[in-house]
Write a protein that binds this ligand. Structure first.
Ligand SMILES: Nc1nc2c(c(=O)[nH]1)N[C@H]1C(S)=C(S)[C@@H](COP(=O)(O)OP(=O)(O)OC[C@H]3O[C@@H](n4cnc5c(N)ncnc54)[C@H](O)[C@@H]3O)O[C@H]1N2
Ligand code: MOO
Length: 418
């Protein structure tokens, strides 16, 4: 085991300990936002038949090839065809068919002219009436071709492709109502610390609320996991080791927080060592240097540090990618954008630093990023009010105002200005 590895090495180490989980079939709605585990095929052509894209008149373009305002072509309306209906009769040379959007194009027609440019001569342009064309139309105009998006039997969504909300509609059109996906990882959240009380309790002297477990549950659920937040574990090596043994028999991934550094009561490292194999203890990042990871009975056990911001960042950088890999995603990272730093940043630590920051646009439309003034690793509220982490590379150099910096986007909603 190596001490103090880079964020990338740590992420790859955790990733290499997990594989996509077994495949189960879920209903179409349950597949939204998840990668398909196999290629999905359409059972019919999409569109199933050539149809009109407009309300108008179906005809053959050749019938009105010479039409102009001075030499209009008049045609009899011999039939009407609505969506859901069809017309398979003949269309004589001097005739056309009134057609609605979505109705099948008659075999005898090759184009549709929309109502708006067709003056009515008699019968309100309905069956038995007569209409006038004052311009030619191109063959195929206002016609949506059969099979324009997919052919029967064709793979329409590939294995590994994430099904988005439009994809749900596409699959419905193709008759795919059940989708094989990799099942969601079952994740246990264990909070370690004799100082912890539940969020619903008022902390007594020297105690604090167990906020990490709630944040980590939210993070893991947002990453697609099925999460159980388990009872607080006291600072006891025996209790912790026993709880880890129990968890690895029931869960796919075990996440602990607290007790990851070298204090007198920091037991996650010895607990992993005692029950399985400890693979990592520290990562070259700030906040959150203490990141313990190992495998117990084939199950990954991740010991996040106790400080809230350190635990949160450890989850985002090192655990979330693994939970995604287990579900078959191939993209593990959140997006990074470049922005201009709003002010100088003087560093006091050579580790790679992740500054909780707010990204906005200035009057010229440039992305500008402002690190929060309080970068204490003990705070969640600062992250609540941030929308990215500025990544300060390893080394001695600080950053100067206006220089471009990389910003790792958090899970930002639309109401955070970007
Ligand atoms: N001598 C040293 N001491 C510390 C070092 C060091 O290098 N040398 N590193 C510091 C850094 S940096 C961090 S981060 C922490 C990591 O410590 P632990 O993982 O052992 O965390 P704890 O000591 O258990 O707790 C730290 C802090 O976080 C609070 N905490 C713990 N669990 C929760 C929870 N579930 N919800 C909310 N807050 C929690 C805890 O009360 C402490 O205040 O070590 C430093 N020390
Ligand atoms: O690892 Mo600590 O988070 O820098 O506070």
């Amino acid at each position: 085991m190596r001490e103090m590895i880079s964020v990338e090495e740590a992420r790859d180490l955790v990733l290499s300990s997990v594989s996509p989980l077994d495949v189960q079939t879920v209903d179409l709605l349950g597949a939204a936002g998840r990668p398909a585990a196999v290629d999905l095929h359409s059972d019919i052509d999409i569109a199933p038949f050539a149809h009109s894209a407009m309300d108008g008149f179906a005809l053959r373009a050749a019938q009105i090839a010479g039409a102009s305002p001075d030499t209009p072509v008049e045609l009899d309306v011999v039939a009407e065809v609505a969506a859901g209906d069809f017309f398979d009769g003949d269309i004589p040379e001097g005739a056309c068919v009134r057609i609605m959007t979505g109705a099948p194009l008659p075999d005898a027609a090759d184009s549709v002219v929309k109502y708006e440019i067709v003056p009515v001569i008699s019968g309100e342009g309905r069956e038995g009436g007569r209409v006038r064309f004052e311009a030619p139309t191109a063959q195929g105009s206002n016609v949506r071709a059969a099979g324009e998006e997919a052919r029967a039997g064709e793979a329409i969504v590939r294995a590994g492709e994430v099904i988005n909300t439009a994809g749900v509609g596409f699959l419905a059109a193709c008759g795919v109502t059940e989708v094989p996906v990799h099942r969601r990882p079952r994740v246990a959240i264990l909070s370690i610390g004799s100082e912890l009380v539940d969020a619903s309790d008022l902390p007594g002297r020297g105690k604090i609320r167990n906020s990490n477990a709630y944040a980590l549950e939210a993070c893991a659920a947002a990453a697609g996991a099925q999460v159980d937040r388990l009872p607080i574990v006291q600072d006891s090596l025996e209790q912790l080791a026993a709880q880890i043994r129990r968890c690895v028999s029931e869960y796919d991934f075990v996440i602990t927080s607290g007790g990851a550094s070298n204090g007198d009561f920091d037991f996650i490292k010895p607990a992993i060592q005692q029950t399985g194999e400890l693979l990592m203890t520290t990562v070259n990042m700030r906040p959150g240097k203490a990141q313990a990871f190992g495998v117990v009975d084939g199950v990954p056990v991740f010991g996040l540090p106790g400080n809230p911001a350190a635990a949160y960042l450890g989850f985002e950088l090192l655990i979330r990618p693994a939970l995604r890999k287990m579900q078959g995603y191939s993209q593990f990272e959140r997006p990074v954008v470049s922005a201009h730093l709003a002010r100088d940043y003087r560093r006091r630590d050579p580790r790679r630093i992740y500054l909780r920051s707010t990204l906005t646009r200035d009057a010229q439309g440039r992305l500008v990023v402002e690190p929060a003034s309080n970068q204490s690793s003990g705070l969640f509220g600062v992250i609540q009010r941030s929308n990215c982490f500025v990544i300060v590379p390893e080394g001695d150099q600080g950053l100067s105002a206006d220089q471009p910096v990389a910003c790792l986007l958090l899970d930002v909603s639309e109401d955070v200005a970007l």
